[in-house]
Design a binder for this molecule. Structure first.
Ligand code: PBG
Length: 332
């Protein structure tokens, strides 16, 4: 009788004990590689829950410092601020008002952070426009690229004056990085960095974010955000943004775009980040709430997968909690 051949090569050897597995682990998580997105609502005194993002809140200016202190305490690398204004108009005036919620929140955040983490701001008009688009509209109701660049430039200068250290350009207008870089430099803000949301896809996974910023959208964003089927175009956008002077490039959403992330990571000479967006958060939270998935393991695996695909840092709504698990050695 012929005996079954005995394998000579046995990859299982390195999986034998927890210590061996830890030693050969290719992707470690570190709190400093996490960025916490934070929503700050104008005109409220207390934090308000967001129905579709259980565990995430709209902060008031009063509750914001504590969230930042907790993130800093956990070792989180930075925060990304989003403003939720009380009133909106066609040009998104609140975005360029020095006393607008995002600019005020930035000053509050810088003081609370006190250098312990990096304070970053979302630079886009959708939270501030009444039509919900990321830019201003022309007479036919289309998003006007070049008129929007002028608004972004004004917004960038106001954010820089408020103390934002890294401007998150998420509007997907052509030429936005070059326009903002030039304006910042001309005004003496040569040290203010630009994070380009380079490969930002027209995604269903931004759904809960609409709730978080209370924005409604007329139409869709497909004339400026990328088609979910396009991989090469994601890389093209990142390369263009690097040429225009982006200090960091980003892929967004993360989980459904890991191939794009890997492409950008292979080609980029600047740091590459990924944004695990609201819908990615909501899916895991919802399944976990039903007992259908192990919450902690799913969170850790989702973020580890994003890091493995090539992200140097990850924007995630779990940043503070995950940083705590990492510090306790619960993620290895
Ligand atoms: C634009 C912006 C959006 C998100 C981050 N920045 C919304 C959009 O482009 O439609 C989505 C983030 C998330 O879903 O968690 N201001």
């Amino acid at each position: 009788m012929r005996s079954t051949p005995r394998p000579v090569i046995r990859p299982r050897r390195l999986r034998e004990t927890p210590a061996l597995r830890r030693l050969v682990s290719e992707t470690r998580l570190h709190p400093a590689d996490l960025v916490l997105p934070l929503f700050v609502r104008e005109g409220v005194t207390e934090a308000l829950p967001i129905a579709s993002m259980p565990g995430v809140v709209q902060h008031s200016l009063d509750s914001l410092p504590r969230a930042i202190a907790e993130a800093a305490e956990a070792g989180v690398g930075g925060v990304m601020l989003f403003g939720v204004p009380e009133t909106r108009d066609a040009r998104g005036s609140g975005a360029t008002d020095p006393n607008g919620i995002l600019n005020v929140a930035t000053r509050v955040a810088r003081e609370a952070a006190d250098g312990a983490l990096v304070v970053q701001t979302d630079l886009c008009l959708d939270e501030f426009t009444d039509h919900g688009h990321c830019g201003v509209l022309d007479a036919e109701g289309r998003v006007d690229n070049d008129a929007t660049l002028e608004r972004y430039v004004a917004m960038a200068l106001e954010q820089a004056r408020s103390g934002s250290e890294l401007l998150g350009l998420s509007g997907m207008m052509d030429g936005q990085v070059a326009a903002v870089r030039e304006a910042l430099d001309a005004d003496g803000f040569t040290g203010t960095a630009i994070l380009a949301y380079s490969a930002k896809y027209a995604s269903a996974f931004y759904g809960p974010f609409r709730d978080a910023v209370e924005s409604t959208l007329e139409g869709d964003r497909r004339t400026y955000q990328l088609d979910p089927g396009n991989r090469r175009e994601g890389l093209r956008e990142a390369v263009l943004d690097i040429e225009e002077g982006a200090d960091v490039v980003m892929v967004k959403p993360a989980g459904s775009y890991l191939d794009v992330l890997a492409d950008v990571a292979a080609a980029s000479e600047v740091p590459v980040w990924a944004y695990q967006v609201s819908g990615e958060y909501a899916m895991i939270e919802a399944a976990a709430a039903h007992g259908w998935i192990d919450r902690k393991r799913a969170v850790v695996e989702s973020v580890r997968g994003i890091r493995r695909a090539g992200a140097d840092a990850v924007l995630t709504y779990w940043a503070t909690e995950l940083a705590g698990w990492i510090r306790n050695g619960e993620t290895e």
